[in-house]
Ligand binder design. Sequence first.
Ligand code: GTP
Length: 355
Amino acid sequence: MEAILLVGGLGTRLRPLTDRVPKPLLPVAGTPFIAHQVARLAAAGVDHVVLATSYRAEAFAAGLGDGSALGVDLEYVSEAEPLGTGGAVRNAASRLRAAAEDAVLVANGDILDGHDVRAQLELHATHRADVTLYLTRVEDPRAYGCVPTDASGRVTAFMEKTPDPPTSQVNAGCYVFRRAALEEIPPGRVVSVERETFPGMLAAGRHVLGYVDDAYWLDLGTPAAYVRGSTDLVLGRVDSPARPGPAGEALVLPGAQVSPDAVVSGGTTVGPAAVVHAGARVEGSVLLDGAVVGEGSTVRRSVLGREAALGAGCDLDDAVLGDGARVGERNELCRGVRVWTDAVIPAGGVRFSGG
Ligand code: GTP
């Protein structure tokens, strides 16, 4: 079984965390996010994965190697200019080994989910569909690709980010293509599967099927979702074969130092060489490699980037410190504030609010 993973996006909504590291390589529960996805696919029988890279392409092979540690044969293709989701799939197709009628999985590289991949593949094979889309149901479908289906499960429309969605079913970002259908995407130009390929296939009367699965599903595109995905993995609300260790209140990675007087909870990850000083409380957060939380500081639902340093007596709630950022003592950062990579905020008891 083969899969193409789309990992070439710029990850702009996650800036500044994606300034130096592409979104799919950001650590989630201590492991590059894409490794969780590859491990899940391997558990479902996938043995050959092609990563469609573009932004910071060189970082992927350096971080993941040949895939043997994850149980797959991993290959990389790169687009000189990003070709969009469809163009990237078409560009990666040259590396596939499948025959024309075989099934190929295609997945966005930023979705954390627990859906039954084998069941999706089986449905696709039973109905001999051209493409079978994994659909999930969300409370507010307006921000997603809304995908209504008829009684037989056939997709009847594909409506990207519509203000008046007719159903709560949305595109969950994992597709099974018949290889021959995938090769019909025009090569060498920008194509969006969501805006062009799927609507085009429907207009041409192709067999587009929906596979609805209400398992855990999260798009890790924003800082709040990134933090939630990481804490949910640590707490065991969603499982991954690549989680380093059993589920629990906190994941403290080798080389990290947490003072016996500090409290680390709510699914927090403390990355390698990160330090949490005495009296600090860190709840539901992500501390990347080498980050420092000063004495008596409180950190909630926040991310400290690599080597970011938070001074003593600070209060962080729903905030992001970019790699190398330094926040001096007694500051308060809340409601979506982002401190840019290597930026410095002097000590001083100031309240920074993003809302
Ligand atoms: P934002 O800039 O924050 O919207 O994030 P993004 O760039 O990752 O875009 P989006 O979340 O819409 O992308 C969905 C998935 O497709 C992600 O896994 C991206 O890495 C991937 N992707 C998006 N555009 C491209 C592209 O042009 N080429 C490749 N190879 N992958 C892409």
